[in-house]
Design a binder for this molecule. Structure first.
Ligand code: NAP
Ligand code: MN
Length: 270
């Protein structure tokens, strides 16, 4: 899983002023403790410290291709749900890190295998993968769980959320908060239509992590589908089906305290 400790720590910061300031401060403190902070991202580092908000964390994970190096985040963003260290607590964080006073937690991802008439593509998400219609059109999707037909969905779209992403778009759309260690995927409808014409499940469904969720756009709509991975849009022509699963690939995060999740949740949502 993680590399042997070698005292190399990557600092990955976004460009805002406060993050840049924090980055300099942190670099000084780490160097004092004999850590090496390379100028360029090192694939051999023992830790990635991400400075910014959740967006900065998501971009860091994607940019560095879902590395095995564990992450910890310092929040200089708005919400910073993934970014659990507050700028005023960095000394305490460094102390705990040096004393190995933490556990390494696995963050489960979501994978979409997108098949078109000609090809298949893999997409990986930390928070979620969303299926929507282009040009704000209603989407018409057939949804299957392990090949069992569940529904013909009509509405704005469908979110397939990871546990870690459950507090993001999923939560804003009425989905449930799921503790990050649970191996599941959550399917949350976006404005499902329920009428004499169409019938769609009005609430989320949570499926076991070893199941496969298949979404087939009705054939008239195969060119009107937008796929949004952690906030980034993708478009493919002639989509025949999209299969969602929990991949073996995971990322890792440091956890300094087993109460961290609940304290973080309360302080950032209530
Ligand atoms: P953004 O527009 O800044 O994100 C929207 C908000 O979601 C931000 O406050 C962000 O925190 C927060 N967020 C991101 N991941 C989270 C998580 N796992 N738990 C709780 N809150 C989380 O765009 P972004 O920063 O690039 O983030 C992309 C994410 O935005 C997508 O993955 C999606 O989940 C979310 N999103 C939400 C809505 C909605 O709620 N209606 C709509 C579209 C997208 P920061 O302020 O720290 O960045
Ligand atoms: Mn953001």
């Amino acid at each position: 899983m993680t590399n042997e400790k070698n005292k190399i720590i990557n600092i990955i910061s976004n460009y805002n002023k406060e993050s840049q300031k924090m980055s300099k401060l942190l670099m000084g403190k780490l160097k004092k403790e004999n850590f090496i902070v390379p100028d360029k991202y090192s694939n051999d580092a023992e830790l990635n410290i991400c400075i910014g908000g959740d967006g900065a964390f998501l971009r860091a994970v994607h940019r560095h291709n879902f590395p095995h190096i564990p992450f910890i985040g310092i929040n200089t963003g708005h919400l910073g749900f993934f970014q659990e260290i507050l700028p005023e607590n960095i000394d305490q964080f460094i102390d705990k890190y040096i004393n190995n006073d933490y556990i390494v937690e696995e963050i489960l991802l979501v994978k979409a295998d997108v098949c078109t008439k000609n090809n298949c593509f893999e997409l990986f998400g930390v928070n979620e993968i969303v299926i929507k219609g282009i040009k704000s059109k209603v989407v018409h999707l057939e949804i299957f769980i392990d090949q069992n037909h569940l529904e013909n969905f009509c509405g704005d779209g469908i979110i397939v959320s990871t546990p870690a992403g459950s507090t993001a778009y999923n939560f804003a759309s009425g989905g449930s908060i799921v503790y990050p260690s649970l191996n599941i995927l959550q399917i949350t409808p976006l404005s499902p239509i329920n009428s004499k014409a169409y019938r769609s499940l009005p609430n989320s469904a949570i499926v076991p992590g070893d199941s496969m969720i298949t979404i087939k756009p009705e054939y008239r709509y195969e060119n009107s589908i937008l796929i949004i991975v952690d906030g980034i849009e993708y478009r493919y022509d002639d989509i025949t089906e999209i299969n969602f699963s929990v991949p073996e690939k995971t990322i890792y995060k440091l956890n300094f305290d087993k109460n961290m999740y609940w304290n973080n949740l309360k302080s950032k949502f209530l």
